[in-house]
Structures are given as C-alpha cells and as structure tokens.
Design a binder for this molecule. Structure first.
Ligand code: KG4
Ligand code: ZN
Length: 338
C-alpha cells in the first residue's frame, strides 16, 4: 500500500559531490525528483571540488524550483526539509545544507541533516516501501565499498569496509586508463557487452580468509600493468579489458557478500550505491540469491547513483521518530556511517 496523505511531505536536497538534486516526497511516494549532473568535470576525468561547489551554487535554486513545479506542491505544503551534511566535498555540501537551512527558517519547519551513506542504505525503500529491517546491505559507490548489517534507523554494524580504492573509484580509474570517459562505471558496464570476460585473468583481491573488507587498488594496478605491456590498444582490447576487470570486481563483491550472508545469517539482502547499477553485478547476485534462497532488493537505477529522493526518504524515517537537526548543524566531509 502506498503512503497516505498523512505522511510527512519532505523536500530533500543532495549536493555532496557532482549531482545537484532535489526531490519532494509524501512518505515514500516520489512526487518529483530532479537531478542535475555537472558535466564540467568530464574534461578533467574526475570531480574538481572548486568547480563542483560553484556549479551547485549556480544550479540549486533552479533545481529546487523545478522539483516544486513537477510535484504540484507548494512551499507551504512541506513539513520538513532535509539535506546531506556529509560525507562529501566541503564546498559542495555547504551549498545544499545552507539552502536547506534558509528554507527551514523561512518556512518555519524542521531541518533534517542526513548522512549520505545512510541514505544509500535506505534507497531501496523508494521501490519497496514495505522493506523491513533487519537486512544486510552491500553499499558500493564512488567513495565506499561496505557490508553493513542494518538493524534499524541509526542502528548499524559495519561488517566490511573500504581498505583503499572503493569499487566505483576503481571503475573510474580503469576507465581513465582506457580513455573511455567519466564516470567510468557506466562506460565499463556498456563496453563489457562486446568484450570477453575470460580474455585476461585479473587477480581477485580477497584479503584474509575471514575478512569482509574490500581492496580494489591492486586489481586496478594489474590493469595498469597489463595496459603498459601493450604497444597499442584496439577497440576489442579495450572491451576485453573492461569485461575482464568488471568480472573480477563482480567476483570479489559476490564472494564477500556470500561470506557476510554466512556469517550474519541474514536472508534479506539490499544492494545500494552507484555500482549497484552495474548490470553484471545485478545479474550475478540475482543468481546467487536464488541459489542461496535469499531475498534480493535493489533500487531502480536512478536511485542507485546520487539523488535527493533517497535523502528525503531517510528524512521520512527520521520525521516519524521526531529526529530533527539543530540549525547549527555543520557539514562534515569525512562523516562516518557508524
Ligand atoms: O553512489 P554514487 O553516485 O556516488 C557516491 O556516493 O560515490 O556512485 C558513483 C560511482 C562512480 O564511481 C561510478 O563510476 C559508479 O558509481 N557507477 C557504476 C555504474 N554506474 C555508476 N559502476 C559500475 N557500473 C555501473 N553501471
Ligand atoms: Zn553516493
């Protein structure tokens, strides 16, 4: 059943990296969702912090206005305003958080500061509002690779964490080596269709036998060494490298998730973060879930990568518990999940 009119109406804002996004939700019903992806970083092959904050400043009012227009809601319909306060780029976070503070003051409504990582954990609730905790979440994004035991709101245990390059970061770096564009994950995902995943045997870094941590920097270096040995890369070589690297990352994620399921005993598995958009990962985990008799949830593609709908959804949960933020809340670039 969908949320009723009595559920809080939330304006959510996300500006932690290179997406300026606003969404208006009534409960978990998304009335509007606008994402402005900053294209300026493409030519640098990565996000340039100073350019990101400037672009957020430029876009924020228009993005929020567009969210209101698309939703049919008015500012006076909003019960609370939520914004990411970390982790992320300081200047970028400040734009969204300060905008939300201004809105909360002007409309005289509560402010809810949201941890961006926590929002990724709940993004599947936008598609499955009935999804209940506890569950095991594999959170794989540009900045993090984590396995999290989610018991409830603000109640998590981190089972495995990022040791060096995050999963998405390794996709981005390999894509840069292949000169196929930024962000790398979607490019490698697409290019892999025409490559052979068995063409090159890249290593699978699994760390210690009992470890649920992730390490992708060695795998990225293996690609670098392979590329350096080639005089020239044909389009087919690039596709084979992309497919073989993607396969190696997916194998590692699958094995770590399998270990975490065995250890935690969870039957509900939730995928989250930008890398959760990867088609090969989704297909392989679906097979694994069937084999191990697990329920697998993943958000629609638009809610895997950074978006304000997941920020507003987290605020819906906080609003229910009366968890509001002080106006003095500050942006915390290295904010942790737990
Ligand atoms: O969650 P997200 O939007 O931002 C962070 O919080 O970091 O994740 C962005 C990351 C990027 O590294 C991007 O390359 C990766 O997610 N990504 C993918 C795919 N789509 C986005 N990686 C693999 N396959 C994809 N289809
Ligand atoms: Zn993110």
């Amino acid at each position: 059943m969908r949320e009723s009119e009595h559920s809080p109406c939330i304006l959510g804002i996300e500006s932690s990296c290179d997406e300026t996004s606003a969404a208006i939700l009534q409960g978990f019903d998304v009335h509007s969702h606008i994402v402005y992806s900053q294209m300026i970083h493409k030519k640098y092959g990565g996000v340039v912090p100073e350019l990101a904050s400037r672009a957020h400043e430029h876009a924020i009012s228009q993005v929020v206005d567009a969210a209101f227009e698309a939703s049919g809601k008015k500012p006076e319909d909003i019960d609370a305003v939520a914004a990411t306060y970390g982790p992320g780029l300081m200047g970028a976070l400040l734009v969204g958080l300060n905008f939300a503070k201004g809105f909360a003051l002007a409309a005289d409504i509560p402010l809810i500061g949201v941890n961006h990582l926590e929002a990724h954990l709940y993004a599947s609730m936008l598609e499955f509002p009935e999804l209940k905790t506890p569950y095991l979440c594999l959170l794989v994004s540009g900045g993090h690779s984590m396995l999290v035991d989610v018991s409830g709101i603000r109640d998590f245990t981190i089972l495995g964490n990022t040791r060096d390059d995050a999963a998405g970061e390794s996709f981005d770096k390999v894509a840069r080596l292949l000169d196929i564009g930024y962000p790398g994950g979607p490019q490698i995902d697409a290019l892999s269709d025409s490559g052979d995943p068995r063409a090159i045997a890249f290593p699978r870094s699994l760390l210690e036998p009992d470890s649920l941590d992730f390490s992708f920097s060695g795998m990225k270096t293996a690609v670098l060494n392979h590329v350096r040995k080639q005089a020239q890369l044909s389009e087919q070589d690039k596709a084979d490298i992309a497919a073989a690297f993607q396969e190696a990352v997916v194998d590692v994620l699958k094995e770590k998730l399998r270990r975490a399921v065995k250890r935690s005993g969870h039957k509900r598995i939730v995928l989250a973060g930008g890398v959760a958009a990867n088609r090969r990962l989704r297909a392989e985990l679906k097979k694994m879930a069937e084999k191990m008799d697990l329920q697998l949830f993943y958000p629609p593609l638009e809610y895997c990568t950074d978006n304000a709908a997941m920020i507003a959804a987290t605020a819906v949960l906080y609003h229910r518990e009366g968890l509001f933020s002080d106006m003095n809340i500050v942006a915390i670039p290295n904010l942790k999940l737990a």
